[in-house]
Each structure stands twice: as structure tokens, then as C-alpha cells.
Ligand binder design. Structure first.
Ligand code: UFG
Length: 330
């Protein structure tokens, strides 16, 4: 049985990945400092260690003591807005802590890592859909910190033979169809949870950030991808690393762009309730359109998104939030 270490396995995407890895028969160890994650989100079949990636020595000891065949690295800071206020924290969390992880991998002779990267590495897109080969010009410190770690991965491959797959997520959303795990992240900044929580009365209303974009209906267009589709790509990427030992970068989106209005309209149909909303000014830094070209992941990994219709994304998010009004309740 192969042994996988998951950093940030108590977080939103990480917890869904841990469940899928356990289902697939991997031996899973989770490290998470629980600053944003929830112990209750971690599948009972996994071993859980509350640990901060800042603690380079503890991390090294872990890798030397236990052998891991691969690492899924989800832990990191994710709020774009915050990254513009506290850049140092982003470089510490997403770059320095990542290097601690790579050094621990060297010490423990672990050769495979899958990294959670982001569409934010592209910045303002030069063309749509966005390809992996498009210019990398992040406009915020979040995107820059993720790009810097991608570059470090490439150096560690070249110098130390650590193979990697960097997955550039577009708009991760939805929840596990079981309704048992989902997104419980404070502060909530993302469209789908904000919208669902506006229906539940947790927020007064949803703010629609700008209706004067050069798009089909004036609102921003995004590529929403179901969290279980993202997780599928991680499992395929693990096999890819084990079988091919080849390092690659992939976009993960479903290739269809939906506007904020379309998301609201679909949600009203799925939830069968009106979404209370107000139109506000644009949010600083939002590109008008972000849509992925994920052909490379389809061709090289054999990945196909199966759950990324908007109805399913919103339906599963609704199922989770409406039955967990306090999230995990911790
Ligand atoms: N939006 C609203 N109201 C809200 C929240 C969002 O109108 O309350 C709009 C945004 O303006 C945007 C769309 O809904 O047009 C989606 O916004 P999200 O905050 O859900 O997601 P982003 O597209 O801003 O962020 C995603 C990823 C980030 C990544 C970024 C790249 O979640 O991790 O794309 O630009 F950095």
C-alpha cells in the first residue's frame, strides 16, 4: 500500500482529497496546523498530525521516520485580498513553508509531490481560454507566491530529482455529494458559499461586484470546477508521477465560463428560492474573464470533469451549507 502525506488535509480541497485517497486504498497521513482547517473534516481512515510546516525540524523528522511515497501539498494562504495587505505572510506560508516541505522530502527520499497552484499565476489573461504556456504575470502576492513555489519545484526537480505536478485550479466549488464534508472557510470570500449563505440568512444579501465588465451580461465570467473533479485530477496525477516520473503543470477548469448572473439564476432554479442581492462597485483586481484550457490534463492525465455542471456544483454546496449552518461547528 502506498503511503501519501497530505498537507492541509483538514481544509476544503484537502479534506475531499483525503477521502478519495482513502477510498482508493492509499495509506494517508494528514498534517495541518488547523489555523483554517477542521479536525472533523479529516476522514477517520487517515492519521492526523497537528503540525505547522513552519516547524522544519519536526517535518524532517516525520519524513525520515515514516516513509512517504508521495505528497499532496494543499496547505497555504489563499485570500487574494489579504495577500495585498500582508505579503510577508504569503511568502512565509506559500514559499518558505513549502521549502521546508521540499527539504523534508529530500531528507526522507520522497520523490513525488503534487502542488495546489492557481489560475492567479497568469494575472490578467492575454487570451481566453488560458493555456499553460500563456504568460505568467500574477497581479497579486497570492499568485506570485504560488508561482515562486512552482519555480522552486522545477529547481528541486533539476537538482534533486523530486518530480512534481503543479495543478492550477480555476474556481474550486461545490462539496462532496455525501453532504458530509464541504467548505467551511472564514472569512468567506467566494461567490458560491456567499450566495448560498445569503439564501440561508447567514448574510443579508449577496453583493454582485460590478455589472459593467466587457462580458455577455456585464458581470465577471469564471470557470467553476467541482471539488471532486479537482480531486480526481490529483489521483490521476499521482499515478502519472509514479508511472512516468515526469514533471508537468496543468490547468484544471471545465472550460465553460459562467457569469455571476448565470450563477445566480442557476442557484435560484436549484435552490428554488430567490437570492437576495445588491449591485456594488467592482472588486479591485478581478479580471473580467477567466476560463481554462484544460486539454493538456485531458490528454496527459486522462482527466474528465464529471460533476462540474453549475447545477451540481450549487446543489452539492447547498446540501452541505444548509445542513451545516455552523460549518463543522468548531
Ligand atoms: N463575486 C461577487 N460577489 C461575491 C463574491 C464574488 O460578485 O460576494 C464575483 C467576483 O467578482 C468574481 C466571481 O464572483 O467575478 C468569482 O469570485 P470568487 O471570489 O468566488 O473567485 P475568484 O474568481 O475571485 O478567485 C478565484 C480563486 C482564487 C484565485 C483567483 C484567480 O478562488 O484562488 O480565482 O484570480 F486566485
Amino acid at each position: 500500500m502506498q503511503s501519501i502525506l497530505v498537507t492541509g488535509g483538514a481544509g476544503y480541497i484537502g479534506s475531499h482529497a483525503v477521502k478519495a485517497l482513502a477510498d482508493a486504498g492509499y495509506k494517508v497521513t494528514v498534517v495541518d496546523n488547523l489555523s483554517k482547517g477542521h479536525a472533523a473534516a479529516v476522514d477517520k481512515r487517515a492519521s492526523f498530525l497537528q503540525m505547522d510546516l513552519k516547524d522544519a525540524q519536526a517535518l524532517k523528522d516525520l519524513f525520515v521516520h515514516e516513509h512517504f511515497d508521495g505528497v499532496l501539498h494543499f496547505a497555504g494562504a489563499i485570500e487574494v485580498g489579504l495577500s495585498m495587505k500582508e505579503p510577508a505572510m504569503f511568502f512565509e506560508s506559500n514559499v518558505v513553508n513549502g521549502v521546508n516541505l521540499l527539504e523534508a522530502m529530500r531528507a526522507g527520499n520522497t520523490k513525488n509531490i503534487i502542488f495546489s497552484s492557481t489560475a492567479a499565476v497568469y494575472g490578467e489573461p492575454v487570451s481566453i481560454p488560458i493555456k499553460e504556456t500563456d504568460p505568467l504575470k500574477p497581479t497579486n502576492f497570492y499568485g506570485l507566491s504560488k508561482l515562486m513555489f512552482e519555480q522552486l519545484l522545477e529547481k528541486y526537480r533539476e537538482l534533486y530529482g523530486i518530480n512534481y505536478v503543479a495543478l492550477r485550479y480555476f474556481n474550486a466549488s461545490g462539496a462532496d455529494p455525501s453532504g458530509e464534508i464541504g467548505q467551511d472557510y472564514i472569512p468567506d470570500t467566494h461567490l458560491v458559499p456567499r450566495l448560498v449563505k445569503a439564501v440561508l440568512g447567514i448574510y443579508d444579501k449577496l453583493s454582485v461586484f460590478g455589472t459593467d465588465y466587457p462580458t455577455k451580461d456585464g458581470t465577471c465570467v469564471r470557470d467553476y470546477i467541482h471539488v471532486t473533479d479537482l480531486v480526481d485530477a490529483h489521483l490521476l496525477a499521482l499515478n502519472f508521477l509514479f508511472e512516468k516520473g515526469q514533471s508537468e503543470v496543468f490547468n484544471l477548469g471545465n472550460g465553460n465560463g459562467f457569469s455571476v448572473w448565470e450563477v445566480i439564476q442557476t442557484a435560484e432554479k436549484v435552490i428554488e428560492k430567490k437570492i437576495p442581492y445588491e449591485i456594488t462597485l467592482r472588486r479591485a483586481g478581478d479580471p473580467a474573464v477567466l476560463v481554462a484550457d484544460s486539454q493538456k490534463a485531458k490528454t496527459l492525465l486522462g482527466w474528465t470533469p464529471k460533476h462540474s455542471g453549475l447545477e451540481e456544483i450549487i446543489g452539492t454546496a447547498w446540501k452541505w451549507h444548509s445542513t451545516h449552518l455552523q460549518g463543522y461547528g468548531d
